[in-house]
Ligand binder design. Structure first.
Ligand SMILES: NC(=O)c1ccc[n+]([C@@H]2O[C@H](COP(=O)([O-])OP(=O)(O)OC[C@H]3O[C@@H](n4cnc5c(N)ncnc54)[C@H](OP(=O)(O)O)[C@@H]3O)[C@@H](O)[C@H]2O)c1
Length: 344
């Protein structure tokens, strides 16, 4: 699918489409910090635990349960496969869930995230399973016993349309996470989902019928579902355009910028989106919970609409442009419970 229009669109934003979009996620300015401990990545290889439901703890705590797998839905996709490989590289148990049950996908170079090891089920860190996100029963059983879930599926010819996969599937997977007391639910969405009158939204919406509308419905549905979710939390990642970057390997935190508001954008490759997704799955830091943010390379940032040009100024006082030499630094200024900036 094509997000080239993402930048072509720079210039013409408008208003929130409906009240539900505006109110589903509350704007917040609380600024909880990310501790080093919260962001520590478990590096110890461990056998996959296949706990029965009765053996599950009250809630799976993302930061501390390195023996439980991270599940990746849509693991055959270009970003999903790299999320799986990123977990393997880190020595973390991972459950690759694909529509067909086949993994790894033959055309995806897993070295993009620095993984050059055994990508078969001979690797004790890896389990592979079939999970069609349209099937609630399959989601419920597939996500059982996971510490975190990354939703990397999106509409495909054989898999389902954007309503099925980018809205209903996102919500159904969130429901399965809550039922199974999965600690963290990370959704890979898209920049501009809250800007229905922008050219970027319109272009993408046409390229894959209804996809931006449905991604937004998925975001809102997840936020509503997690309103009283106790210890479980979600994070919505809104990447910029994925197709343009010519360098396919990880560029890392120093190359990235994060902002919140859905007013700034840029390109970013799938390897970096996968890395950020796994970092988000691993963290239980308070400030990244139940929130949404945009991520893109900081070397070519543009406003999503010309009226948001003022937010390019690092001293604009409203939208923070976050950067850092480490993920810890990059994520430190993320605000919890945030959706997007209302029009001034
Ligand atoms: N392209 C861009 O510039 C851009 C920009 C911003 C955000 N995004 C978003 O970033 C995410 C990752 O994008 P991508 O291009 O890496 O994804 P992708 O390669 O298109 O992968 C999507 C995956 O979803 C799977 N899928 C479809 N229906 C399914 C079902 N019913 N059950 C389980 N899996 C199913 C597909 O599997 P099958 O092929 O087997 O059906 C496919 O492997 C997507 O949400 C995308 O919309 C993209």
């Amino acid at each position: 699918m094509f997000w080239f229009g993402f930048f072509a669109s720079v210039g013409f934003f408008a208003t929130i489409r409906n009240a539900s979009q505006a109110t589903a996620l509350s704007l917040s300015t609380n600024d909880g910090g990310v501790s080093r401990r919260d962001l520590l990545i478990g590096g110890t290889a461990a056998l996959i635990t296949t706990s029965s439901p009765l053996a599950l703890p009250d809630c799976v705590h993302a930061a501390g349960d390195n023996e439980l797998p991270i599940a990746v839905l849509g693991a055959s996709g270009r970003t999903g496969a790299l999320c799986v490989a990123s977990c393997l590289r880190r020595g973390l148990p991972v459950r690759a869930l694909t529509r067909t049950g086949a993994w790894p996908p033959p055309k995806i170079d897993l070295r993009a995230v620095g993984f050059d090891g055994d990508a078969t089920t001979s690797n004790p860190l890896l389990t592979v399973g079939a999970c069609d996100v349209k099937d609630a029963d399959s989601l419920a059983s597939s996500l059982l016993g996971c510490r975190a879930v990354i939703y990397a599926a999106s509409a495909s010819k054989a898999g389902g349309n954007s309503k099925d996969i980018d809205a209903d599937g996102v919500i159904a997977a969130g429901k399965a996470c809550l039922t199974n007391k999965v600690g963290r639910y990370v959704v890979i969405s898209s920049g501009s989902t809250t800007r229905p009158n922008s050219l970027g939204f319109k272009f993408t919406e046409m390229a894959v019928a209804g996809i931006m509308t449905n991604k937004r419905l998925g975001e809102v549905g997840v936020a509503e579902m997690y309103a009283n979710s106790g210890k479980s939390s979600f994070t919505i990642i809104r990447p910029g355009g994925l197709d343009e970057p010519k360098v396919k390997t990880i560029q890392g935190p120093t190359a990235l910028e994060i902002s919140q508001g859905d007013v700034l954008a840029g390109f970013v490759n799938r390897a970096d989106v996968a890395e950020v997704s796994v970092e988000m799955a691993l963290s239980s830091a308070p400030n990244i919970q139940n929130t949404a943010f945009e991520v893109y390379y900081k070397n070519n940032v543009v406003p999503v609409d010309k009226k948001y040009r003022k937010y390019l100024d690092p001293d604009n006082g409203v939208v923070k442009r976050l950067s850092g030499n480490t993920y810890e630094e990059l994520f430190r200024g993320i605000k919890a419970n945030y959706d997007y900036l209302g029009d001034p």
